[in-house]
Design a protein around this ligand. Structure first.
Ligand code: SAH
Length: 445
């Protein structure tokens, strides 16, 4: 039996999906945040359950080979789970996560080297800070709703720190209250900053539960407009309870309603509410690999399923006869159509709806794809969609996945229904986190 406060000496053997170390004690798992596979640690039990325990890391007795110094002064922040693991070891770990997910499903295919970043810092183009009374502007601590004040975050654009400081100063000077979750009162809930990595343009979205007074808003705009490259200041009203960051109402306080950025040769307008890839440098790496694996000659009809704002469709379009993008969210489809126009692409058509409904309907009307690209959310593809693809029999299926487990499940299904998984390449889109992206190629058997 575990006891709260008990001191244990543990050998950590693996990590949970959330990046906590797992060790065994008397045949039962003990979870230790901040411990790495290969570490021998001393830890104190904080939660004792009959079948498992959680323990707090007290001391590293023998460090794992990949252990390194923490790169961030905000030790309590729960944002980067792998910050004490050196980058080369992180990449190896992520490739291993893909390998073991495939192996668990009995799949054996060549897994390429993971495509990592040469400079794995300041890679994010979007920050969403929570704001709580204090005012504290920052990120949540691990497994908690406790906010950790963030001065400078190593994975965000450095200018974010300047913007945070200005908003903090403004809240103090104008006595603008932060939102209080417990009482559902107050004003400022979140601060979102977006930057165009290539354009340099900046967007700030202040998310509030109630409209601040007009003079206070004018002062905020004056402060933010002085930041070099500021292009858009927006106010987003979110009165709802719950953890959803953005409300549906957004108003431009200053500048444009969108910022622009480029991916490869293509230009995109990004509005406050649209989904846009978070790590644009690695997005180019990911999309290039997807285009390469699609091996298009210019004569193909291509389906890009789960197409978002049309980024992959527009990457594929110059190499295909026609691309059909299919996406659930109407606003994203509207963005995709605008983006096609902006880039002068006329061989793409976007369809709104669930891929598992639209693809069977199109197929019934006689429209089939020679090559299919899918980029589903974490849960993977719906079986109804896979069924239609098994009947349609495209020559190649390129699967972009953000979750090795659902990829492996779908790969096992496809393997039994006429396709062969011929290669999988992991791509690191989120250094210092447990996330791993994969591009996989299936061909007809
Ligand atoms: N390919 C895009 C978006 C990938 S994110 C890019 O690279 O940016 C996954 C997308 O799938 C989201 O835009 C989401 O709205 C959409 N989506 C979720 N479920 C869907 C479904 N059942 N059918 C079609 N699209 C769906």
């Amino acid at each position: 039996m575990f006891k709260t406060g008990q001191l244990l000496t543990l050998s950590v053997h693996s990590l949970t999906d959330k990046g906590d170390g797992i060790a065994s004690h008397d045949g039962k798992p003990v979870y230790v945040a901040g411990a790495l596979p290969g570490d021998e640690v001393e830890a104190r039990v904080t939660l004792a359950k009959p079948r498992y325990a959680q323990a707090e890391l007290r001391r590293v007795l023998t460090p794992a080979p990949g252990r390194c110094a923490d790169f961030c002064p905000h030790t309590a922040c729960g944002g980067c789970q792998l910050r004490v693991m050196d980058y080369a070891t992180q990449l190896e770990l992520k490739r291993g996560l893909l390998l073991s997910a495939l192996e668990e499903r009995g799949l054996d295919c060549p897994v390429g080297d993971i495509l990592g970043m040469s400079e794995p810092f300041h890679y994010r183009n979007k920050t969403q800070f929570a704001v709580q009374p204090g005012p504290t502007i920052g990120f949540y601590a691990k497994h908690s709703h406790q906010l950790v004040e963030i001065e400078l975050c190593r994975v965000q654009a450095p200018v974010t720190a300047e913007i945070t400081a200005l908003v903090r100063q403004w809240m103090r000077e104008w006595a603008v209250p932060a939102f209080n979750e417990a009482h559902h009162s107050g004003c400022v809930r979140y601060l979102m900053v977006r930057d165009g990595v290539h354009s340099g343009e900046l967007m700030v979205v202040l998310v509030v539960a109630e409209e601040p007074a007009a003079p206070a808003l004018a002062a905020l705009v004056e402060l933010l407009a002085q930041v070099p490259n500021m292009a858009s200041v927006q106010l987003c009203l979110n009165e709802a309870s719950g953890n959803r960051v953005l409300g549906q109402q957004v108003r431009t306080l200053w500048g444009e309603s969108t910022i622009s950025d480029t991916l490869g040769e293509l230009q995109f307008d990004i509005s406050a509410l649209s989904f846009y890839q978070i790590n644009p440098r690695q997005t180019e790496v990911l999309y290039r690999e997807a285009v390469r694996l699609a091996s298009l000659t210019g004569n193909e009809t291509v389906f890009d399923l789960y197409s978002g704002i049309g980024t992959i469709s527009l990457f594929l379009a110059p190499h295909a006869a026609h691309v059909h993008g299919i996406e659930l969210v109407p606003e994203a489809v509207a963005d995709a159509e605008r983006n096609a126009g902006r880039n002068g692409t006329d061989n793409v058509t976007f369809h709104t709806g669930a891929a598992e409904q639209v693809v069977p309907a199109l197929y019934e009307q006689g429209l089939a794809a020679d090559v299919v690209v899918v980029d589903p959310p974490r849960k993977g593809c719906d079986e109804q969609l896979l069924n239609t693809l098994a009947h349609m029999r495209p020559a190649r299926l390129v699967y972009v996945s953000c979750n090795p487990k659902s990829l492996a499940r779908d790969a096992a299904w496809l393997n039994e229904h006429g396709f062969e998984l011929v290669q999988a390449t992991p791509v690191d889109m989120f250094p210092h986190t447990m996330h791993v992206e994969t591009v996989a190629l299936f061909v007809l058997k």
